[in-house]
Ligand binder design. Sequence first.
Ligand code: ADP
Ligand code: MG
Ligand code: MG
Length: 915
Amino acid sequence: MSENKDPQVAESGSSVEGVKFVYDFTEGNKDLKDLLGGKGANLAEMTNLGLPVPPGFTITTEACKVYLDSGEEPVALRDEVSAHLDALEQKMGKKLGQADDPLLVSVRSGAKFSMPGMMDTVLNIGLSDKSVQGLAKQAGDERFAWDSYRRLIQMFGKTVLGVDGDLFEEALEKAKEAKKAAVDTELEAADLKKLVTAFKKIVKKEAGRDFPQDPREQMDLAIKAVFDSWNGDRAKLYRRQERIPHDLGTAVNVCSMVFGNLGPDSGTGVAFTRDPASGHQGVYGDYLQNAQGEDVVAGIRNTVPLAELERIDKKSYDQLMQIMETLENHYKDLCDIEFTIERGQLWMLQTRVGKRTAGAAFRIATQLVDQGLIDEAEALQRVTGAQLAQLMFPRFDESAKVAQVGRGIAASPGAAVGKAVFDSYTAVKWSRSGEKVILIRRETNPDDLDGMIAAEGILTSRGGKTSHAAVVARGMGKTCVCGAEELEVDTKRRRMTVPGGQVVEEGDVISIDGSSGKVYLGEVPVVPSPVVEYFEGRMHAGADDADELVEAVHRIMAFADRKRRLRVRANADNAEDALRARRFGAQGIGLCRTEHMFLGDRRELVERLILADTEAEREESLKELLPLQKRDFVELFEAMDGLPVTIRLLDPPLHEFLPDITELSVRVALAESRQEPHENELRLLQAVHRLHEQNPMLGLRGVRLGLVIPGLFTMQVRAIAEAAAERKAAKGDPRAEIMIPLVGTVQELEIVREEADTVVAEVEAATGTSLKLAIGTMIELPRAALTAGQIAEAAEFFSFGTNDLTQTVWGFSRDDVEASFFTAYLERGIFGVSPFETIDKDGVGSLVAAAAKAGRATRPDLKLGVCGEHGGDPESVHFFHEVGLDYVSCSPFRIPVARLEAGRAASQSAGSDHR
Ligand code: ADP
Ligand code: MG
Ligand code: MG
């Protein structure tokens, strides 16, 4: 975050002399969001651009912090506010609340990030029983003055004094009924006068005090209420969910009033400089005549499309178009705007860089490049890997006529369809019999884990982005919508009631969209993402029928590829995945796991290997495994011809290849009772018992296996070498790299390496080819990272296994902890995001950085990569770029995201703050 001015900032908790707590709109600018909040910073920016902004001032977040820390406003604040109010009164030529011609202001909250739960704006501050008369005279419109006054009492009563807003609404409805008025504009001055009396009564009764008649008191109370709203429950919850720090505080804007409710030549509206859904330039927005403030979005009367304003008030319309162009050129981005027209005079009340859909983000970035407003590096900052990932999920066909029945928090993306089930047991049972199910719960807990695994998607009515359901679903890559509060989930009766009363019973089909949070009744057809079609090569950018989105993604990816330093590889174990990865832009395979090559029909061979009593038996099974492994590698080298392929030797504990202990025990017991022959089963059972580990993650696995099962690793190395030789003979260009897992000390690596070198030399001699196989290691244990300098002596490359490294650095096993206590940790802020999702920079990350440095000190040309899932996580990619790794490796579908983020990391211009 760059700030071009250097404001004096108060130390929190004290009011330091000389600190400035109030800024006039003419004093700020858009880069002071930390201090002035988003709204205040942009009001100042517009003021300084010479746009028509009603004058006013901003009370800083620092003042708010002092208030929140000490419970009192800083001493200097009152005087500063007085001085700024004086200046404002001078400028406007009238005094706040002045009886014959009152200055009125709005008090508006405005934090750095816009946030639901913050106090609503109070308009028309300064009106009282006296000044309402003055306003009426000045405006020559009694109705307007009383309408403004009743709005003040209503907003003030509700937001500052905490009176239930419905009471005012009911009184308003009654007044309308009495008058047979369809809309509020049909109420006349006399009706509104009566309404004011009724409103004041409500305040007195509910708040236990009179509506304050002193204008300054009104203003001060409103300012304090804004400060207090920072710690309101809803604001706190939102910050926790969005990972916004709790100590930022909010600014308060005091802005002189302009009136859109002065008759048909007045009005209020909102606008976007381009369509936030498609990115197209044009006139997007709504306008409402004779209205104030939120009327336009509150839906109390029908708005007209902004284009109609041209007919209603051509002069203001033209001016608005001009201003929108100025803003776009200035912010070099899509802006959204609030404006008001007072008797033909246009006023700007707010602007900010507008939110947009993922697709629009890509389109707008390329459009702005074409307009010459931004360069390629900046375009990369305008999109994110998360947005690209969102565009790659299959999505629901929105043209399908299926009813949306609710909306929750988009917790884990994807489009899932299935039968509603309300408990884990049923989810598992139904999915075993081939049904697709959606697990619906109020909230999930560790008992629901099996059901979550079995389900296509998870829907909860409670909890936010860090709830159990959300965390676990994201960890599993499963679609999840959580916190859909309008859905009434009744797990006892296995049903859910949707708004409007319709009931979803167990077995009814529903669809949930984890990217938008939307919930539908019935089956919504799923369509593939055009972006994936493009990466797959089934749709071409530049083709006649290519859509604009694909075109934009294509161009942004090219920018990223040009800028990035990090190479991107894939985690892939077979030719099919490898080929897809290549299409998606992979520059090699960073992790080929070999364990699946031991499953399926080969399991029996592996069992024999594990059970072998004699060397001859063992060699026999190894000999049978060799050609099978070799064939796998030949296919892989062919698919990845000319690109590096890193093959990891067998990693998981052996018992994973043996049958389940309980199942086997039952089989043995049955055979025994039936007196059937069961010698093999018994031997197997003994082996399973022998290999059973209390904590397999920390047991006999990885290089340890290679060292205790003679011939296992050498067989794998031979398969790799022979496969490479075969590809060479076929004029291919295999580039195999052999990777040893779970090394903790250089000695382990040295022994395996010596054996491997011998085997490779044998194959080279036998085939008459030179293979040049690189041998390296995973760095996934703290000890390996700490002794990386030594390990580099025996390794030509390091690949950081950040998943295991995270487990061993923190001392917890992912499967156990994610389901059991991560929610509590996230909710209590121990970490903001799961360290399995985004690398823990301070802990795990610092080990990675240190190991990279030590390794390179020993061996300057040491190749460095990462092959954990972090390799496809946006924030982690930036970190790996910064610590100087050569490549990241991730699952094929994450490759475009990694490419994009690597490009963004390389071109991150200081000060750019697009989230
Ligand atoms: P929000 O953050 O919810 O948009 P705002 O502070 O922007 O809250 O204000 C709510 C409504 O009141 C908006 O429509 C805004 O344009 C309007 N408004 C705020 N201040 C003034 C003012 N001084 N004169 C007229 N309308 C105002
Ligand atoms: Mg606003
Ligand atoms: Mg590992």
